[in-house]
Design a protein around this ligand. Structure first.
Ligand code: GSH
Length: 216
């Protein structure tokens, strides 16, 4: 299998962590990326497979798919052990919703705080994002009262939100000490070898580009 990702891809990192958790033989390849040129020029496989021209893309023989959540589902089907969705249907549905919320409710706020998006015309979006991130942390803090992981057992929901809050820390909104459950969760998830490996590589890229990661 070939997993196309980028050195600073939040969504690619999700897929790579999942492959490592499942001990899948997925060769991770970084597409061309720099802070100046971003994803230009597009990698030929990404342009061919994904009409949105985004990473991650997974190629497994004649199967070519894109989107980190679609890749999660494929990994779960081909390698059910260790399970990364809870087994019980309602718990599984809740875990899937948390994974979706991390990507599509929480993370867009982080994107709104990326430096290139912080323009005077987008002041309203900036302010909304600044309020939404701590509010989301408070919700997750409550969810983690009495359980170690967001959906009970360690799941794709934890992988998604770990990466999303990692990026939030770089736009000035790390998890704060007031969120004690979340801090403990972050240590628990961050200590997993799969997570530490992928985040370590990303940290290396950030440091090479002069972006300090000590605050995290
Ligand atoms: N929903 C997609 C989002 C993928 C995505 O936004 N990828 C970013 C990198 S993290 C990308 O390739 N951006 C380049 C672009 O949009 O031009 C997923 O879960 O994979």
């Amino acid at each position: 299998m070939k997993l196309l990702s980028g050195p600073l891809s939040m969504f690619g990192a999700k897929a790579e962590i999942a492959a490592l958790e499942k001990s899948l033989e997925a060769h991770r390849e970084f597409v061309p990326f720099s802070l100046a040129t971003l994803y230009q020029p597009r990698h030929a496989d990404v342009a061919r497979v994904n009409p949105k021209e985004q990473v991650p893309v997974l190629i497994d023989g004649d199967l070519e798919i894109f989107d980190s959540t679609q890749i999660f589902e494929y990994f779960e089907d081909i390698k059910p052990e260790p399970p990364l969705w809870p087994a019980e249907p309602k718990a599984r549905a809740r875990a899937r919703l948390l994974e979706l919320k991390s990507d599509e409710v929480f993370f867009p706020n982080v994107v709104n705080l990326f430096p290139h998006n912080q323009t005077p015309e987008r002041q309203a979006e900036t302010e909304a994002a600044q309020a939404a991130i701590p509010a989301y942390y408070r919700d997750m803090e409550q969810l983690l009262a009495g359980q170690d992981y967001l959906a009970g057992s360690y799941s794709y929901a934890d992988i998604a939100f770990y990466m999303a809050q990692f990026f939030a820390s770089f736009v000035g909104h790390p998890v704060t000490p007031a969120n004690r459950n979340l801090i403990a969760w972050r240590e628990r998830v961050g200590a997993r070898p799969a997570v530490a490996q992928v985040v370590g590589t990303m940290r290396g890229f950030l440091m090479e580009n002069g972006i300090p990661t000590d605050g995290f």
